[in-house]
Design a protein around this ligand. Structure first.
Ligand SMILES: [Mg+2]
Length: 288
């Protein structure tokens, strides 16, 4: 049922399709430099095997589209910590109910609107007497320096729809702030650089929804997930093979993820090694 002919050989030869779902920052992209070149050998192998690589990130749609173009990825992607799933038009043979078409994508919106997020963050900050600095109040130059990216990339990062990243200024009152967010019915999570306020959505629910679309199209699917932050735990907990990319959050992540396998190195070097190792094993093992 899949339209993409390049996906079919993998389905036909193994009887089970495989899908890789990966975080970007600190995982496929180096935390400091955003370089991904160390992962090119594994990306090439996945391409040859017809295994789709799905980006699942806290980045915005505009930012992720830029990285997809740079890396040469044409598969669906998940943005803003599970806020939306973007599927290239015509990728799946069946149309996706409730998806909204924008440019060349069918978008499945799962998150809470941005204005509600920023309002609740302001209220929670006031209630908890904990000052914060969110993306909405930062100039592109400030985001660029906080994230180590260009001002142009920072402008794309600020085109937010379902997730507001913020810094906590009064660190000793973090707990009170996060409790105030929860009391107002919204969620929070923590990425490599920022806390995030978001609705009742996460990377795991979005990934599960997208995997269901692959299953409708291709039958049995084995999923592999890679991530380095606490915000990746929901994703890593719903995939068949969870790979933890080492970062300062590794211990915390290991506690949050059942059966997680740490990669041997951090960032794209670890990503490359973990994928090549998985592919070598998959060649000998019958799919589950
Ligand atoms: Mg990350």
């Amino acid at each position: 049922m899949l339209l993409h002919a390049h996906l079919l050989p993998e389905v036909l030869t193994s009887g089970c399709m495989r899908v890789v779902i990966t975080d970007l920052d600190g995982t496929l992209l180096d935390h400091g430099t955003y370089a991904y070149q160390a992962a090119l050998p594994a990306l090439g192998e996945l391409e040859r095997a017809g295994i789709p690589v799905v980006f699942c990130t806290s980045k915005t749609r505009a930012e992720t589209a830029m990285w997809k173009q740079l890396i040469g990825n044409r598969h669906p992607f998940i943005v803003e910590n599970g806020g939306a799933i973007c599927v290239p038009v015509g990728y799946f043979a069946d149309s996706i109910p409730t998806a909204v078409r924008a440019e060349e994508f069918d978008i499945l919106k799962l998150g809470t609107g941005y204005s509600e997020l920023t309002e609740v963050l302001a209220t929670a900050s006031k209630q908890s007497r904990c000052r914060v600095r969110g993306f909405a109040s930062m100039r592109p130059e400030e985001v660029a320096s906080a994230c180590g990216m260009s001002v142009e990339q920072a402008a794309l990062a600020q085109m937010r729809e379902y997730d507001e990243p913020f810094l906590v200024l009064d660190v000793h009152r973090t707990e009170q702030l996060l409790a105030a967010i929860s009391e107002q019915g919204l969620s929070w999570t923590k990425g490599g650089r920022f806390f995030h306020i978001l609705g009742n959505n996460d990377k795991g629910f979005a990934a599960r929804t997208l995997l269901d679309l692959y299953r409708i199209a291709a039958g049995q699917v084995e999923s592999l997930g890679l991530g380095d932050g606490l915000n990746d735990a929901p994703l890593l907990n719903i995939v068949d093979v969870p790979i933890l990319i080492p970062s300062p959050a590794l211990t915390e992540l290991q506690l949050a993820v059942t059966g997680g396998r740490p990669a041997p190195f951090g960032g794209p070097v670890g990503w490359n090694a973990a994928i090549l190792n998985y592919l070598a094993q998959a060649r000998y093992e019958a799919p589950r």
